[in-house]
Design a protein around this ligand. Structure first.
Ligand code: URA
Length: 245
């Protein structure tokens, strides 16, 4: 690829800025100053910009424990986004795989791997997502049964069957729910449909990927090879998978 694209992809500046750096003689390729932005380089070449070695990274994968108050978008002129939280990112083309509401916490995969994202989000794949929630009102066995059959939400929309586990029932209940689709405000709407309100929501897992509980809200880390391999194996049919995540 062209040297200016290589440097811009790796966040050394805009295409225009890196062209300036190259023309000023601040960029070396394999120990030679290169002043032509169109020069072809590969990942094998050693590229040094302003005395910093710039390795080329094709794909990045981060697990973020999303904090409340941050939006699931790539950029926004007024609000902080989940991608803004990845301070050590190399690539500029990172995006969140799916969306969590602004007030929802927990597992969010941030990557630039569009193919993997597509596989995890495709409505046909039914990748399971497990959430922990605090609910205003008593969650009952009847709710568990309704969720198992599929909660009717609107006239033309009944949620897919979901696994609801009551951790604590009372005026305020604690639950875990596994859902296999990802409609707008899905979990909140499912509880509203049975007359209850979600007060706190946190995603614990997505397919084979589990939130690393050592990450505080706002913290992130790169995925391990093992986690990546599990995700790459492709979504399994999670309807058969029932609570074995
Ligand atoms: N369901 C919701 O209601 N909100 C989320 O953020 C995720 C799932």
């Amino acid at each position: 690829m062209r040297l200016d694209k290589y440097l811009a992809d790796m966040g050394m500046g805009t295409r225009k800025e890196v062209k300036g750096l190259i023309r000023k003689g601040l960029v070396r390729v394999n120990d030679q100053v290169v002043k032509v932005p169109e020069t072809a380089v590969t990942e094998e070449d050693q590229v040094v910009c302003n005395q910093v070695v710039v390795g080329y990274v094709q794909k990045e994968y981060y697990m973020l424990n999303k904090p409340a108050g941050v939006i699931s978008a790539t950029e926004d002129s007024r609000q902080k986004t989940v991608v803004d939280l990845i301070h050590t990112k190399k690539r500029k083309d990172l995006f969140p795989v799916g969306r969590l509401d602004k007030d929802t916490e927990g597992l969010l995969l941030i990557t630039n791997d569009g193919e993997l994202a597509h596989r995890l989000l495709s409505p046909k794949k039914h990748v399971g997502k497990v959430y922990y929630a605090k609910i205003r009102g008593e969650v009952t066995q009847e709710d568990v049964e309704i969720f198992k059959k599929g909660v009717p939400i609107e006239e033309d929309f009944t949620a897919l069957p979901a696994n609801l586990k009551v951790l604590q029932a009372g005026e305020e209940s604690e639950i875990e729910v596994e859902i296999f689709e990802g409609k707008f405000h899905q979990v909140k709407r499912m509880f509203l449909a049975v007359g209850k309100e979600v007060m706190y929501l946190k995603r614990l897992s997505m397919g084979e990927l589990k939130l690393d509980e050592s990450l505080e809200p706002g913290e992130y880390r790169q995925l391990t090879e093992e986690e990546l391999n599990k995700l790459r194996k492709g979504p399994i049919d999670l309807f058969k998978h029932n609570w074995q995540l």
